[in-house]
Write a protein that binds this ligand. Structure first.
Ligand code: ATP
Length: 420
């Protein structure tokens, strides 16, 4: 299947917006068995849109465009594609009603220009937008002189804002693609999410055992993030389900304890779920992560049930005042030390009466490191009903990566404790 993605937006070309649709849609499309074979980003200019869509129509069976469906003068994808296909645009009253309703519930007067979003290319299916005003459109382009193989192509136009595009894609576009362009072979894909082992170590542990399946056609891939490696297992054909299941069995046998989830699972969500199920609570005492772990946990709906407090104790004085870290410990060991991490966790747990407390103290850099305590060093302590443990990690990266890795490591420590 030739499937192409066209991301429109002058802001992408100017480096003002990171093209996350490319990453997000390519990943989803690959996981449902329709890997994107070509992707381009183009500015919001009429000629660029026409040229890119015409070119894709000459070879692809599936084309997805993103952006340019909104109400402003630079949103011209709909008009340009209508022109290219020589199809009229007509007002869809049901869509207009939905747009008017969108403004009514927000008590905003609908700008006249918003009406343009209810214009639909003749013959196109409307894909409702549950989170914004511009619907997506899908149109079967019949074989014509641009399509040399004589097959129809499915052209799907999606809105630009990620919070509109993502649910629209998952809820409506995936079923549409599967229905209109069924795969000739069955396709199975499974992603196992791991933390705590680097990709080379994972490969070392599973590689030989999975090799026969790889030789038989299993697609085995690794994708790394901060303190995270996704192991992707995919296969096509009549044996796909069995091959992927066998591979998953092997991977779980070899590195099962490092697997924290599958597909899009995230550690913060898992932690909130585990604590909720156990009716337990967690307090955070963060220094070098500056509240980042609390931020990640409070992004999860329902976190308030399990998270009574998150304290950012950056200075020594704050560590003493709010967490009762002893001044003598600070003087003797320094703020970045095992001893201080332990007292931070114990203090946070005692002061809030929570079941668990996680504390982090480290040197994010770029300055502040010494030979004994280089930039990147971080101590994570976990206090709980079974006592307090502390671990030392080394994350010598930029400050953002340092925070992401430390948060992942701290949450992983708690996950392991909760699953004991
Ligand atoms: P709107 O109604 O907001 O105008 P639209 O469908 O016309 O929607 P665009 O105007 O192209 O979409 O983009 C709206 C916003 O969505 C952009 O300003 C940008 O913040 C975000 N966006 C667009 N394309 C991308 C992309 N490829 N990756 C990430 N964000 C994007």
């Amino acid at each position: 299947m030739v499937a192409e993605l066209i991301n429109t937006g002058t802001e992408l070309m100017l480096g003002r917006v990171l093209n996350t649709h490319q990453h997000w849609l390519c990943r989803r499309m690959a996981d449902i068995g329709y890997p994107i074979t070509r992707q381009v980003a183009i500015p919001d200019s009429g000629s660029a849109i026409s040229e890119a869509v015409r070119e894709s129509l000459s070879r692809a069976e599936l084309i997805i465009t993103t952006g340019g469906l909104g109400p402003t003068s630079d949103d011209i994808t709909r008009e340009r594609i209508a022109q290219l296909l020589a199809k009229p645009l007509t007002l869809d009253n049901a869509t207009l009603d939905r747009i008017q309703q969108f403004y009514r519930v927000r008590k905003i007067v609908m700008p006249e220009r918003a009406r343009v979003q209810a214009m639909v290319i003749e013959g196109a299916r409307i894909i409702e937008n549950q989170h914004g005003t511009a619907p997506g459109l899908a149109i079967q382009v019949q074989p014509n002189n641009v399509r040399p193989d004589g097959k129809p192509a499915l052209l799907i136009m999606l809105p630009g804002p990620p919070r509109e595009l993502r649910p629209m894609f998952s809820e409506s576009v995936v079923p549409l693609i599967k229905a209109l362009l069924p795969l000739s072979d069955s396709f199975v894909c499974r992603t196992l999410r791991t933390t705590g082992l680097g990709e080379s170590l994972i490969q070392e542990r599973i590689g030989d055992d999975v090799e026969p399946l790889v030789s038989a056609g299993l697609d085995l891939g690794y994708c790394c993030g901060p303190s995270l490696v996704d192991v992707r297992l995919a296969a096509r054909g009549t044996q796909a389900l069995r091959m992927v299941a066998d591979a998953e069995h092997i991977v779980r046998e070899r590195i099962g304890s490092y697997i924290f989830g599958v597909e899009d699972d995230e550690l913060p969500e898992l932690i909130v779920r585990l604590l909720t199920e156990r009716k337990q609570t967690l307090t955070l005492a963060e220094s070098c992560t500056g509240g980042f772990i609390s931020h990640q946990l409070t992004n999860v709906p329902g976190a308030s049930v399990v998270l009574p407090a998150g304290l950012v104790t950056y200075s020594n004085a704050a560590k003493s005042t709010f967490l009762h870290v002893k001044e003598t410990t600070l003087a003797e060991h320094g703020a970045v030390s095992e001893a201080v991490a332990i007292q931070m966790a114990d203090g946070a747990r005692e002061r809030t009466g929570s079941d668990y407390a996680l504390a982090v103290t480290g040197i994010a850099g770029p300055s502040g490191g010494t030979d004994a305590k280089p930039v990147g060093i971080v101590f994570v302590a976990l206090a709980g009903p079974r006592g307090t443990v502390v671990r030392k990690y080394f994350n010598p990266y930029d400050r953002q990566t340092f925070k992401q890795m430390t948060a992942q490591q701290a949450l992983e420590m708690l996950r392991r404790e909760l699953l004991k």
